[in-house]
Every structure is written in C-alpha cells, then in structure tokens.
Design a protein around this ligand. Structure first.
Ligand code: MG
Length: 454
C-alpha cells in the first residue's frame, strides 16, 4: 500500500497504483470490524473507478458481518446526512474529492456523520495494514440493501434550514448556470435549484466521472462556466467539486467571486438571522472576522481540515463555520462541508438584497488572497519552518498550523505539506500588490536559508 495517502481526510491514491480493489476490501473489512459489524452506509462520487472500488468496499464490510446500505452516486455531505439519518454505525464515501480523475479514495464517517478523528484514522490504518480481524463465517455475513431516497432526504434538509425562506427565493426566478464537473453534484444540484424556482442551465452535468476540466473549483478551471453565465445572461454560476462539498460562485458578469467569499456570504446571511460563534480554519479569509465583528460575534480558528473545524464547532456551538476553500458547514443541517447548503444560503442572500451578486460583492470586505507552493529539494520542510519561526519570532505569530505572521489587516502563513516535500505559502492583504509582497518576503527568506545551508 505504498504511496497511499492516509490522513484526517481519509485514504487517497491513484487507482491501479496505490489504490486498488484489494486495498478497498481491506479498508472495508477493517472499518467494518472497527464499527463492530454494525450497519454502514456506502456511496460514491462519479469517478470511473468508483464502481469497482465500491463493490470491493462492500465485500469487505459484508464479509465481517456488516449490513450495507448502498445509496449510489451521492455527494460526501449526503453520506454524512444519511449515516446519521439511518442511525448507522458508520459511512464510507468513495471519492478523491477535488483530485484529478485518475485518483480515488475513501472518506470514513462516524455514526454522527462526522469524519472520523485523526487517532481513529491511525487505528484504522494499522488494522488495514496488519489485518487482525476475524471473518465470522457464512452464517453471519451481512446483507446489502439499496436506498434511493438519499438525494431527496438531503434536499429536504436544505429546505428545512431555518434561515431560508424558500418562497422568497422561488419568487425571484433566478437563472443559474451549474457546473458539477460531471461529478456527484450532477445528481443533486440541478434538482435542488429547480425546486428553488431557478431556471437551471447545466454544463458538464453527466455524472460519469469524465471530468470536463480540472475538478478543483478554482477560477482558472471555471472559464467555461464564466463564459456560459455571460452568454446566457444568468444571475450567477455555481461550480462544485466532484463530491460536492466545496462550492465556488461566479457573478452575473462572469467574474469568480473567489472560493473564500462563498463562506463569507454564508456567514453574513446566517449571522443576519441568528447571532453566535463562527468557526473557520486558520487559512480562511479575514473577511470572516470583519463580518462577524459587524454583528458583534466571535470567530474561532482551527487547524486546516474538515474534522478539525467540525469538532470545534460542536464543542463551541457555532452557528456557522467552514473552510475558505468553498466549504460551508451549517450545523442546522449537519457538521460537514456542504455545497447544496452553501448554494441555498447564497441564493437567500441574493433574494434578501434584491441586488445582483456583483453589486452585493461591493458591500463585502475586500481582500486579496494569494496561494503558492515552494519545492525545497534536499531540505526538510520542517527545518525551513523552524528557521522561519526564528526569523519572525518578534512579530505577532500563530503556530497552530505551521507559522502564521499576522500584521495590520494582512497576514502570511507558511505550512509544510505532510505528503510532499513542499511548503505552502498563503497571504492575504487589502491589495494584490501587498499580498504579493508578503509572498515575496517569505520566498526570499526561504531562498536565503537554502543558500546559506548549501
Ligand atoms: Mg471535496
């Protein structure tokens, strides 16, 4: 199982290399053993390798005595909702999230529908690697059921959000172009939007896993969507990643508003209805702090990773939270990133304002965030990071996740990747120039360090 990436986001690998049906059987059986042969909900995104892996996972689960509920092609948030709804012992979504088509993976859910915690992932990995479970024999084998109500259940949960006035949204008759990149979002997004009274124009809407473009919903991958929004005179464009937990939005002029602003708008809408704590990961835009400040609400920051944000939200009873990469978490529905939820909140925001999305964006705090990565061949990223900590020690720093240097209305964060010998640099400021300067400042310091050591 070399090159298989196992982290708090689950298991990920390139299909046919690190990840194959044998690995999936072992992880299925190990997870089934861990949940003491309870019922497990299984779903998948639309990847070409998804079906082969699904039956392997199901085989592993049934062999150790688990009953399995197959909910078909469904987004990750749908698995989370159904695991809780069906009072199952756990859930498994077969997906590699925003990774390219050759990848696949497994995301594991607790009975509450949350990602399993880091120490449980470690335990699962150990079990899958060493294989110390018992097959209980033919008399105790689990059974397989299908459930076709998952998408409907998910949509009904969205309709039940207390901050949403569906009548008001329906009245606006929004025209929306949707790009689910031929992923699992194709089975929920058009249906949800139609039920919200939208005229839906669907591009890349076949859930066949043949991604029409790089599947991460970043502006550079959404040019067709932008063009279609302008051509059709739509109110907005919505893009989701292949497992529909991340959501990015295009305004009516074809301009991407930026993934960070998906959460910013959702926070603004929810706090306008109900004041309370907001939780976001440490790399998320400062716009969240400004918006929460306007409502007199507190922002709590966590390490990057959905489960880190979700468990903190549970602890501090946040009213909303998420990650700046377009991942909105609304506890009224469930504690997981959810693109259908994000879309509904944004439509409500538009319906409330009566203005266009670009007009609304003028009222939002305006920051520019730049994200880059640096290869440091021959050096441990951790060593580079230690050096950076020494250099910036006198400043206002946060060491929760790598090193974040916080200045007046700007910040720059340096993190070591766990899986590649690279350093990630994120910076945010009032202007592109200032954000770029912060990037350069860190890059130069890293270069100096490497030069001095060589
Ligand atoms: Mg995803």
């Amino acid at each position: 199982m070399r090159d298989l990436i196992v982290s708090i986001s689950g298991v990920r690998g390139i299909f046919g290399r690190a990840l194959n049906p044998e690995v999936a059987v072992r992880y299925g059986a190990a997870f089934g053993f861990m949940v003491k042969n309870g019922t497990v909900v299984v779903g998948r995104d639309s990847r070409v390798s998804g079906q082969a892996l699904k039956y392997a996972v199901i085989s592993g689960l049934m062999s150790v005595g688990c009953d399995v509920v197959d909910i078909g092609i469904t987004p990750t948030p749908t698995i989370q909702i159904m695991t809780k709804e069906l009072k199952a012992a756990g859930g498994i979504e077969i997906t590699a999230s925003h990774n390219p088509a050759m990848w696949n993976g497994l995301k594991f859910m607790s009975p509450e529908g949350l990602f399993i915690e880091g120490d449980v992932v470690e335990e699962l990995k150990h079990l899958a690697d060493t294989g110390t479970w018992n097959y209980p024999g033919y008399k105790n084998i689990g059974c397989l059921k299908e459930n076709t109500s998952a998408i409907d259940t998910h949509i009904n949960k969205v309709f039940g959000i207390p901050y949403i006035d569906t009548g008001k949204i329906i009245k606006r008759k929004f025209k929306v172009v949707v790009d689910p990149v031929n992923g699992a979002g194709a089975v929920i997004m058009p249906e949800l939007l139609k039920r919200l009274g939208c005229e839906v124009i669907l591009i890349n809407g076949e859930p066949d896993g043949r991604f029409a473009h790089e599947p991460e919903p970043l502006p550079e991958n959404l040019k067709d969507l932008s063009a279609e929004v302008v051509k059709r005179g739509a109110d907005m464009g919505i893009a989701v990643d292949p497992d529909a937990d991340r959501c990015a939005v295009i305004d009516e002029q074809g301009n991407p508003i930026g993934e960070e602003n998906t959460l910013a708008i959702a926070v603004k809408l929810v706090l306008s209805r109900k004041k309370g704590r907001v939780t976001a990961n440490i790399s998320t835009t400062m716009a969240i702090d400004d918006i929460a400040g306007e409502f007199g609400c507190e922002v709590i920051r966590t390490k990057v990773g959905e489960i880190n944000v979700a468990s903190e939200m549970k602890k501090n009873k946040s009213v909303i939270g998420g990650e700046g990469n377009g991942g909105v978490i609304l506890p009224d529905v469930h504690l997981g990133r959810d693109a259908p939820v994000a879309s509904a909140l944004i439509l409500q925001y538009l319906a409330d304002s009566g203005k266009s999305l670009s007009e609304n964006m003028k009222q939002m705090p305006s920051y520019v965030m730049l994200k880059s990565k640096k290869t440091v061949f021959g050096f441990e990223p951790g060593d580079v990071l230690s050096e950076m900590k020494k250099i910036f020690n006198a400043e206002n720093i946060d060491e929760m996740d790598g090193l974040k240097i916080i200045r007046e209305k700007s910040w720059v964060q340096v993190r070591a990747s766990n899986t590649e010998p690279i350093i990630r640099i994120y910076s945010e400021a009032r202007s592109r120039g200032e954000a770029a300067e912060l990037q350069n400042e860190i890059s130069d310091k890293i270069k100096d360090f490497i030069r001095a050591k060589r």
